[in-house]
Write a protein that binds this ligand. Structure first.
Ligand code: SF4
Length: 499
């Protein structure tokens, strides 16, 4: 059904959290340290009769845990899931088993979810047995009917799962889910293990079954094209939270959440010369054990909001924040900028302007010629003669180090704001002296984005379309690209360590 507004909610999910204990090993226990994974962290949605809600996000964003929590295949830590007004989280095991007749699950990997000792007939017939829906000849006839419904042959009932192709196995998994005549099917990455041509067949099958039986689907996928193809409404998930949701056509048209925008720009086009829209999402989803303060996406967001105190473009602010975050996590300066004996380094200059950080007379060390170390200087540990492995970046001249750090993080020299430039210079001094903690503290005292201090609520940008990003707060000034000096986001609470 393409009219997302029609129909009653068959499923209502309110404030679902699924946290679990990841305390591991002797050291954690010795230190009395407990580690809680916040896999799903306060998710709400409604699923209406006959519609499809697509949930999309990268690996590790919590979408599979959400899918399993909704059906209580894993127990939510908090929140409620209502099916036709009844709270599933309050049901006894027996009552839940009975209720599962209405709520089915299709797994990502059909082979591992099918018992290899059962024939296809028994795989599909098992739910009929469990729920006492059919026996004997009636059961056999129903199994044959279900196999045909999903595009398999009745004769396939005698085969074992390993005798089917991947696509056929997924059809079998769908037939098993259909056996109990459910209202809702949660499909967890239903086509990600399949070839592209088979993916289309399975997606078309799901659409046909929805039209025939009025099914409602929650489809979990990391592939936006799959989600766009099947969904009436879309929820974009990042690190345990929904960051954007709305009707499919609204979510796929601007305005976007910056995370949605980055996911969209990564979709490859059929044109082999197409190179994307240029938004690169660096790194991976951070650990859900200790999510970032404020907006959880701030550690990777290409559109991070600069603080108003400094006159800096957004991309420079992103670079400064990257430097700060790396300094906070670094266990040595070498993890901020590497130097090899050949001068080839992560972030070291290349081409005609290349700096050889081990050449103390390098002409491209413009910032501090006085830092040059004579090749004869016995304290010059960067001498090529005794360089057999990666060099210690703190032993290159201060000026060269400055160039390398700026190259690594894409920072201009000088920064367009004099105060910001002075602060960065002090931080680079501290890094060069191997005082990493001090550098991190210095950067963290000076460069703090509103995105680090405020956890965005969902701002409504259209009918049934919400985006959890401070850029949609009333106080955000498009013209200056931030909040006016002294202004704070009005719709979001301050959070996190920088509070
Ligand atoms: S709140 Fe800030 S970090 Fe989060 S998505 Fe919006 S601009 Fe990016």
């Amino acid at each position: 059904m393409r009219d997302g507004d029609a129909g009653e909610p068959v499923l209502r999910v309110e404030g679902v959290e699924t946290h679990y204990d990841a305390t591991d090993g002797f050291l954690d226990r010795l230190l009395g340290r407990s580690r809680r994974v916040r896999a799903v962290d306060g998710v709400d949605f409604e699923l209406r009769e006959g519609e499809t809600l697509g949930v999309v996000g990268e690996s590790g964003c919590g979408k599979t845990t959400l899918a399993r929590s909704v059906l209580r295949l894993v127990e939510p830590t908090a929140g409620s899931v209502y099916h036709r007004g009844e709270d599933l989280t309050a049901l006894s095991s027996a009552a839940l088993r009975d209720r599962r007749k209405d709520l089915q699950y299709v797994f990502q990997d059909p082979l591992s979810s099918l018992d290899p000792r059962l024939t296809a007939g028994d795989v599909v017939g098992e739910p009929l047995d469990v729920h006492g829906l059919a026996t004997g000849a009636e059961r056999d006839a129903r199994v044959r009917e279900l196999l045909e419904t999903v595009g398999l042959k009745p004769s396939h009932a005698a085969r074992y799962p390993h005798e089917f192709s991947g696509g056929q196995r997924q059809r079998l998994g769908i037939a098993r889910a259909l056996a109990v005549d459910p209202e809702v099917i949660v499909c967890d990455e239903p086509v990600s293990a399949l070839d592209a041509s088979v993916q289309a067949q399975i997606l078309n099958l799901l659409a046909d079954l929805q039209a025939e039986f009025g099914l409602a689907y929650v489809v979990i996928a990391h592939d936006l094209r799959v989600i766009e193809h099947v969904s009436d409404r879309v929820a974009v998930m990042y690190l345990g939270e929904f960051v954007e949701r709305g009707p499919t056509e609204a979510v796929f048209d601007p305005p976007y959440h910056p995370y949605t925008e980055a996911l969209l720009s990564a979709i490859p086009e059929p044109d082999p010369l197409w190179e994307g829209d240029g938004i690169r999402l660096e790194g991976t989803v951070p650990s859900p054990v200790d999510p970032p303060s404020g907006c959880r996406f701030h550690t990777r967001c290409p559109r991070l909001v600069p603080a108003a105190e400094y006159d800096l473009p957004g991309e420079v602010w992103r670079s400064l924040t990257d430097l700060k975050l790396r300094a906070m996590e670094a266990d040595g300066v070498a993890s901020l900028t590497a130097v090899s004996p050949s001068g080839e380094a992560g972030g070291s200059p290349a081409g005609d302007d290349a700096v050889d950080p081990l050449d103390p007379t390098s002409p491209t060390d413009p910032t501090s010629p006085d830092d040059s170390i004579s090749p004869d200087d016995p304290t010059d540990s960067t001498s090529p003669a005794d360089s057999t492995g990666p060099a210690d970046p703190t032993e290159v001249p201060r000026g060269t180090f400055d160039v390398l750090v700026r190259e690594e993080f894409g920072l201009p020299e000088p920064l367009p704001d004099a105060d910001a430039e002075a602060a960065v210079g002090d931080a680079i001094d501290a890094l060069h002296d191997d005082r990493i903690e001090e550098a991190a503290e210095l950067l963290d005292a000076v460069f703090v984005s509103p995105c680090e201090r405020h956890h965005p609520t969902e701002y409504q940008v259209g009918t049934d379309h919400g985006i959890a990003c401070l850029r949609y707060d009333d106080g955000f000034d498009e013209e200056i690209g931030t909040f006016a000096d002294g202004a704070e986001p009005t719709g979001s609470e301050p959070t996190g360590s920088a509070e």
